[in-house]
Design a binder for this molecule. Structure first.
Ligand code: NAD
Length: 286
């Protein structure tokens, strides 16, 4: 039987989540997607109208098939967590069952189990503020959307993940080195995500035989990255300074994710894999 993947954090065809979905689909996996509630309508409409068809083409010429798109907001674990103003917000009222627990239940009812869980989402409302100017609420919101969201997804999906399964998240070098401009507690959130990758690899490995890894990706001009504001500078910096002086393609991150999710990586867990043209290894720009 082919593998089944749930990829949280796709709302267009520009980001890492989309590229990971394509690489997994090319390797024969069935694709389920979790899309942020406020972005769901436009994503599904664009998908239906064929707006993404060009980007759906796989190496063998066929189109990536997305079996189902689920509404998801990964900052809420269950209905009791959802504040009244969100429940009644018109961008949320049209969708249902979008808390993490409900999505995992829906996937179990629809398909029984999955093999691969991908977390490709982050959010930091104060990302453009230096850490010194970040509010407590902004910092905690970054941690909730970008770090705990992974703990919560794994916690709720692990019971329906087949033994031998794998989970993958996306991190950024700002967790380990100073990257001015990646503020609002987002650097802190990525540090937590990387630390949690190790602890969760132990817990999910021992209890469920599930592997947990994270990919530290180089800069990509995704929707989320453009919102931060400094992405073009980061791409130029990488081109000028990385060991491999070429554009970093989202597909290269997708392919690394497909490897990590596959039996080829059956002894790899608890790791941070750098897919960044080698930029992380430089100590100084040249
Ligand atoms: P993206 O915009 O394609 O993906 C981010 C997604 O997160 C969006 O689809 C957004 O709708 C979703 N999202 C935000 N809040 C959410 C929530 N509460 N619940 C559910 N979904 C939510 O951008 P991307 O850059 O491809 O980001 C994917 C991952 O890659 C993120 O973890 C990001 O930090 C990481 N990353 C990106 C870069 C880069 O340069 N683009 C570099 C390293 C790591």
């Amino acid at each position: 039987r082919g593998k089944r993947a749930f990829i949280a954090g796709i709302a267009d065809d520009n980001g890492y989540g989309w590229a990971i979905a394509k690489s997994l689909a090319a390797a024969g996996a069935e694709i389920l997607i979790g899309t942020w509630v406020p972005a769901l309508n436009i994503f599904e409409t664009s998908l239906k109208r064929g707006k993404f068809d060009e980007s759906r083409v796989l190496p063998d010429g066929s189109l990536m098939n997305i079996t189902k798109v689920y509404a998801l907001d990964a900052v809420y674990d269950n209905l009791e967590d959802v504040p009244e103003d969100v429940k009644t917000n018109k961008r949320y009222a049209g969708a249902s069952n979008w808390t993490v627990q409900e999505v995992a239940e829906s996937v179990r009812n629809d398909f029984g189990s999955i093999d691969i869980l991908v977390h490709s989402l982050a959010n930091g409302p104060e990302v453009s503020k230096p850490l010194l100017e970040t509010s407590r609420n902004g910092y905690l919101a970054a941690m909730s959307a970008s770090s705990y969201s992974f703990v919560s997804l794994l916690k709720h999906f692990v019971p329906i993940m087949n033994p031998g399964g794998a989970s993958i998240s996306l991190t950024y070098i700002a967790s380990e080195r100073i990257i001015p401009g990646y503020g609002g507690g987002m650097s802190s959130a990525k540090s937590a995500l990387q630390s949690d990758t190790r602890v969760l690899a132990f817990e999910a490995g021992r209890r469920h035989k599930i592997r947990v890894n994270t990919i530290s990706a180089g800069p990509l001009g995704s929707r989320a990255a453009k919102a931060i504001g400094f992405i073009d500078m980061m791409i130029d910096y990488s081109l000028a300074n990385a060991p491999l002086q070429k554009e970093l393609l989202a597909d290269e991150v997708g392919n690394a994710a497909a490897f990590l999710a596959s039996p080829l990586a059956s002894a790899i867990t608890g790791t941070v894999l750098y897919v960044d043209n080698g930029l992380h290894a430089m100590g100084v720009g040249v």
